[in-house]
Design a protein around this ligand. Sequence first.
Ligand SMILES: Nc1ncnc2c1ncn2[C@@H]1O[C@H](COP(=O)(O)OP(=O)(O)O)[C@@H](O)[C@H]1O
Ligand SMILES: [Mg+2]
Length: 282
Amino acid sequence: MTRIGLVSCAPLPEPDPDERLLLGALTGAGLSPALLPWNEPRSNPNGFDLCVLRSCWDYHLAPERFLAWIGEAAARTRLLNPLPVVRWNIHKGYLRELEAAGVPVVPTAWIGAGDAADLARLMSARSWADVVVKPAIGAGSYQTRQFGVDEVRQEGRDFVGSLAARGDVMVQPFMTSVLTRGERSLVWIDGEFTHQVVKRPRYHGQDESVSGAEAPDPADVRIAEQALGCVSGELLYARVDLIEDLDGAPLVSELELIEPSLFLLQHPPALERLVSAIAGCL
Ligand SMILES: Nc1ncnc2c1ncn2[C@@H]1O[C@H](COP(=O)(O)OP(=O)(O)O)[C@@H](O)[C@H]1O
Ligand SMILES: [Mg+2]
């Protein structure tokens, strides 16, 4: 029996609405899926014919260990999305590559691990009044905080210092459109755009709130495709998150190629397409 491992983690930091749907649809297609929590001592990719990264939502807490585990998985079985794609995508420094390739991205100041940074000076040099500070390796809004100009001297500086002690840090202007327009997530399955949802803003410790499937703006699709064009490697799934600037122009905030929620509940044809693509890999 061909076995498919859906790479997860235990405990899950939050429920995964895609999980039940994907397990059910793969089983319904005559396949044999099982959850494979990467961080459990006994979890072993041996014996699986294909490992699909899904709700491994804690990898940012131990990125080196996660990369070693999926390296092992890639050596023993087939891993999707593939290992080189994951290695490239795990650190949000890829945004610099997108920018260099002409893709509009959310403006970002980078603070290297261990570097001392004066957040107040950084903000005034860029004329940023409100900012979002987050780790360059992060997921699920982990350690993502917003600071206004009055808070940066003490709280903001301490927060940047505590993040920089552990890894690279990103500082971005707070994009007010997340409050009005929301953040758009555009989903691709097996090389084809399937659907878009709109997300409400979310910071450390908050739950995600998401719209139903919507028709995308063609300009969003163009930019997302431009971003995906910068990726080398075969993609089973991809999600591009976009935020508008003050003039309403879309900017890439994230290219999610490791463990994105695919919002399959919102768009059943995307689930069908994912199941067919997985079946086609076996
Ligand atoms: N520059 C920004 N302006 C406004 N909100 C932001 C900004 N960056 C992040 N956020 C909020 O924080 C959330 C998490 O940040 P994100 O960059 O998507 O990282 P991840 O999803 O990997 O944790 C976003 O969904 C958004 O709600
Ligand atoms: Mg995000």
